[in-house]
Design a protein around this ligand. Structure first.
Ligand code: FES
Ligand SMILES: [Fe+2]
Length: 412
């Protein structure tokens, strides 16, 4: 796709042409320039692969990858595409192998770093056939990814042009990852859901913190969050990554003269939860931040909602289809009560979450509504036109930040 096919509106990141969410050429260009380009994408937790021989599969965009713990104790990642004729080498989501990785089609065999170690019938049968002398094992491995870790999170890239991971993430967002990922993580469960919308509509939803008290009637009904609670958004300089946060503001705090909030009436003023256990929050980090939603460009989300901590990976599956994967975690030193609390609070999120259910639906509504309006634009002006950090959540600065980084990477 030619870069002058896209003429961006004069208002810059405050206007997004709807075709960005539906155009097949834009989507194809994203797979190449962004997902196979100089970005770092979340692959797994290092602790998910504790032993040499453990492996997991994932994707860079739509491109399948394998992540392994090698005999050297290090984490490796490589394309999940056989160097022979392109078959998937690993068919399972996760597993353990004691004899490397073998392609089912013609039994080419690779070690845990992706090096080709043997080819069946390489010398032919009874002196006939086989590979020519010029064929070299070392020239036919699985294509390796660059791999690095940040706070126990493993990221990969296919591009040699990606900056070092710690520079890519930066100190502002790095510190906010660190405050959540401060122990040895333990996976409590996973879910996956298909969203009937473009992947960027979900990313916009994650970055847009001001919809929370408007779209999510669970919050207003049970008075769990409001925009006037302290908080703000921290945004990386390029706009690429963000963390929105809420300070304090525990449930059922009805004390303030909260004008903005009082305009948003709950349908059911007198509703109370029969089982309020999941509102029992412990300030485990000790900084009073009850809620932090963080994104690393392009498609990783780290969530702390009270004590519910989850990793979300947003995988594109076509211009109007997305897979959203959730990994719910606790930490090795959690006691049983904390694990129970995290699982209770996890009811807020996921495919059928009391809150997240709407986020899964609203992107599909937009995808339906923009048909025929591909030349028109959305309006992103809440909080101004810039994408700098702000001490308010009544802003779309982090959404504009995403588009700033997106346009830079895509050349739009
Ligand atoms: S495609 Fe993998 S061995 Fe032939
Ligand atoms: Fe939401």
């Amino acid at each position: 796709m030619d870069q002058h096919v896209v003429t961006w509106p004069d208002q810059g990141n405050a206007r997004i042409p709807y075709r960005m969410f539906s155009d097949a050429d834009v989507y194809r260009a994203e797979l190449d320039r962004l997902f196979l380009g100089p970005t770092w994408q979340y692959l797994c937790l290092a602790d998910e692969l504790p032993e040499p021989g453990d492996y997991k599969t994932s994707f860079l965009g739509e491109t399948p990858v394998i992540i392994t713990r090698g005999e050297d104790g290090e984490i490796h990642a490589m394309l999940n595409r056989c160097a022979h004729r392109g078959n998937l080498v690993c068919l399972k989501q996760r597993g353990h192998t004691t004899d490397g990785l073998t392609c089912v089609y013609h039994a080419w065999r690779y070690d845990l770093t992706g090096k080709l170690t043997s080819v069946a019938f390489r010398r032919g049968v009874a002196g006939k056939g086989g590979m020519p002398e010029s064929f070299k094992l070392e020239e036919n491995g699985l294509r390796p990814l660059g791999v690095d870790q940040f706070a126990g999170l493993v990221f990969g890239t296919l591009s040699p042009d990606a900056p070092p991971l710690s520079d890519y993430i930066g100190n502002l967002i790095g510190a906010r990852i660190g405050r959540v990922m401060r122990g040895k993580p333990k996976v409590l469960g996973t879910t996956s859901q298909i969203l009937h919308n473009n992947w960027k509509l979900y990313i916009e939803n994650v970055k847009d913190t001001y919809h929370a008290s408007l779209l999510h009637s669970f919050f207003t009904t049970f008075q769990i969050t409001r925009l006037t609670t302290g908080g703000g958004v921290a945004i990386a300089e390029t706009g690429a990554h963000h963390a929105s946060y809420t300070i304090g503001g525990q449930a059922a705090d009805k004390s303030s003269s909260d004008k903005a909030y009082s305009n948003i009436h709950s349908l059911h003023e007198d509703y109370r939860l029969q089982d309020p256990r999941f509102l029992d929050t412990v300030d485990e980090i000790g900084d009073g931040i009850t809620l932090q939603i963080l994104s690393v460009f392009p498609n990783f989300v780290l969530q702390q909602i009270h004590n519910a901590i989850a990793l979300r990976l947003v995988l594109p599956k076509g211009p109007d289809k997305t897979e959203l994967q959730w990994t719910y975690i606790g930490f090795e030193d959690d006691d049983a009560a904390m694990t129970e609390r995290r699982l209770q609070q996890a009811n807020l999120v996921g495919p059928a979450g009391y809150v997240s259910m709407e986020d899964g639906a609203v992107g599909g509504f937009i995808q339906r509504a923009i048909k025929g309006g591909e030349g028109e634009c959305s309006v992103i002006e809440m909080g101004g036109h810039e994408h700098a950090s702000q001490e308010t959540r009544a802003t779309e600065a982090s959404v504009r930040g995403f588009w700033n980084a997106y346009r830079q990477t895509m050349g739009f």
